[in-house]
Design a protein around this ligand. Structure first.
Ligand SMILES: Cc1cc2nc3c(=O)[nH]c(=O)nc-3n(C[C@H](O)[C@H](O)[C@H](O)COP(=O)(O)OP(=O)(O)OC[C@H]3O[C@@H](n4cnc5c(N)ncnc54)[C@H](O)[C@@H]3O)c2cc1C
Length: 499
């Protein structure tokens, strides 16, 4: 039986650990925090539970596959709920549209009713293209190890698929080619933010996320998305995986060709020839591996050429229970007047946007509120990464965070949603908090962004040139977000193979 060690108990690390235990490995996980789940957590604050990380599960098949392949089916351990409407999109000109979950027909009806027949036809065109992109990219770009462009070129459909995916085109330019309705452009552009990217730099292929969300649905996990992390943790324990919480890994040791083990923060040496790193890839290659090995020049160079995903500024609000309390849909998006200005602020000037897109998540889930409580709203806006040395925004400034939260609340109220008269709890979280709790560099939400036509090829590969080292999670291939992180765990488990 081989001994596998995992650095980090995020969703990717734990999923890989459970899959590897299932195929006969003896697996031990070292996690620096005193909790498992990494970014995927549900936290009780007062009478309310908040998803402090993911609030939406798409492509649940990834986790259905995980639970089935490692034991009992997902439905025996989690209660998934369809969210309908999937999204309520609101615009500054007062127009609004609600997308139906799992029904293009109904979504097109809604678009036709509120934006007109041309817009309805445009959205259909966008989804037809998105579906083709998903079909072309799913197997070679997402579900397999992505090694190089030349390996992809051996595929006999390569040139046909290339035309569909159009890697030379940005998401922003593709959407503008298909529709003149700025509202549909904004809705489509927003899918770039599912990987923390700028739609003007992210490849057009990210439109496929819109198709995935429509075809496989938008889901809530009853009790909060953190229940998914807990269920994966439980499954790993059932399979014999050992967890050491509150234990930070300081170093990955190697002999020039092959990993030899871990050195923990207190100096303890853990020998192992198979290491799964769920820590951010930049930490793996710049901090944990100390030596300047020639074979690591390529992954290090690629990392330097990637742009990290942006961070998130969150407000967690407890809203009083009142007879006249306004109900808002589970996922509400308040678009600003100028969407591009948000990306200029975050990526170019590295400062918080004056008028960012505001996402309000208001789950109607009795398990997330104590008896007699009102509603729990999580408000999330995209934000520049934390840095106290000028490379980002200094989110350590608590006074600024407070005044920025007031600005966001003003903007929500100006759109007719009252908070101040109803709120009884407000907790602020910045990218600096995410960095502290999950060691994510600068508080990046999704690892590396998809900015740039070559982003997928620059993202850290699952199999390192250093033999025995594998990278899993949002900063590794195929990228961030729960579905991709779950896929990366499957790719890594397959790459390691049975004991
Ligand atoms: C605010 C927010 C909103 C999001 N919304 C969504 C959403 O709606 N839908 C969606 O699908 N995704 C969403 N995501 C993204 C999703 O949460 C992540 O992609 C996913 O949870 C990352 O999993 P991971 O496996 O990469 O590990 P991470 O969650 O990054 O965990 C890595 C773990 O490794 C540990 N670690 C790091 N270094 C060391 C070390 N040296 N020693 C020991 N342990 C270490 C960390 O403490 C951490 O627990 C969101 C994330 C955030 C923060």
């Amino acid at each position: 039986m081989s001994r596998v060690v995992v650095i980090g108990a995020g969703v990717g690390g734990m999923s890989a650990a459970a899959r590897l235990a299932k195929i006969g490995h003896s697996v031990t996980v070292f996690e620096s925090s005193d909790q498992v789940g990494g970014k995927c957590r549900t936290e009780w604050i007062g009478d309310y539970a908040f998803d402090t990380g993911p609030t939406l599960l798409t492509l649940p098949a990834v986790y259905r596959d995980f639970f089935l392949k490692t034991g009992d089916a997902l439905d025996t351990v989690l209660d998934l709920e369809r969210v309908d409407p999937s999204f309520d999109y609101r615009f500054v000109d007062g127009s609004r549209v609600q997308f139906a979950n799992l029904s293009r027909y109904e979504t097109l009806n809604q678009i036709g009713r509120f934006f007109g027949s041309q817009s309805r036809d445009d959205w259909n065109q966008l989804m037809l293209r998105a579906e083709k992109m998903w079909d072309a990219s799913r197997e070679p770009f997402i579900e397999s190890e992505l090694r190089s462009l030349s390996s992809l070129m051996k595929n006999h459909n390569f040139f046909h698929d290339l035309r569909t995916i159009a890697p030379w085109k940005s998401l922003h330019s593709l959407t503008r080619q298909i529709t003149k309705d700025y509202r549909l452009q904004y809705i489509a552009d927003r899918y770039a933010t599912y990987s923390g990217s700028d739609p003007r730099k992210a490849p057009a292929a990210l439109l496929s996320i819109a198709y995935v969300e429509e075809a496989f649905g938008a889901w809530h996990v009853k009790g909060g998305l953190g229940e998914l992390a807990k269920a994966i943790h439980n499954r790993a324990i059932e399979l014999g995986v050992k967890f050491h919480l509150g234990v930070k890994v300081r170093e990955i040791s190697e002999n020039g060709r092959q990993v030899t083990g871990l050195v923990l923060e207190d100096g303890t040496v853990i020998p192992s020839e198979i290491i799964i790193a769920n820590a951010d890839a930049s930490q793996v290659y710049t901090t944990l591996i100390k030596s300047d090995l020639h074979i690591l020049r390529k992954p290090r160079k690629s990392l330097n050429r990637t742009t990290p995903s942006f961070g998130g500024f969150s407000l967690f609000l407890g809203v009083k229970k009142r007879a006249d309390a306004q109900k808002i849909n589970h996922h509400t998006i308040l678009f600003p007047e100028d969407y591009d200005a948000e990306f200029d602020a975050i990526f170019t000037r590295r400062e918080p946007a004056e008028s960012p897109t505001i996402y309000i998540c208001a789950p109607q889930d009795a398990r997330m509120v104590k008896e007699g409580g009102g509603q729990n709203w999580s408000v999330l806006v995209n934000a520049p990464l934390h840095s106290s040395s000028g490379a980002g925004w200094d989110w350590g400034d608590k006074e600024f965070a407070k005044s920025y939260s007031e600005k966001i609340i003003d903007q929500i109220e100006s759109r007719g949603i009252s908070i101040r008269s109803q709120g009884e709890l407000l907790e602020i979280r910045t990218p600096a908090d995410l960095q502290r709790t999950t060691l994510s560099p600068g508080g990046s939400i999704y690892g590396t962004s998809s900015n740039g036509a070559r982003a997928a090829f620059l993202r850290t590969q699952n199999r390192s040139p250093l033999s025995g080292l594998f990278c899993v999670g949002g900063s590794a291939h195929p990228g961030g977000g729960l579905p991709l992180v779950g896929i990366s765990a499957e790719i890594v488990a397959n790459a390691v193979g049975p004991a």
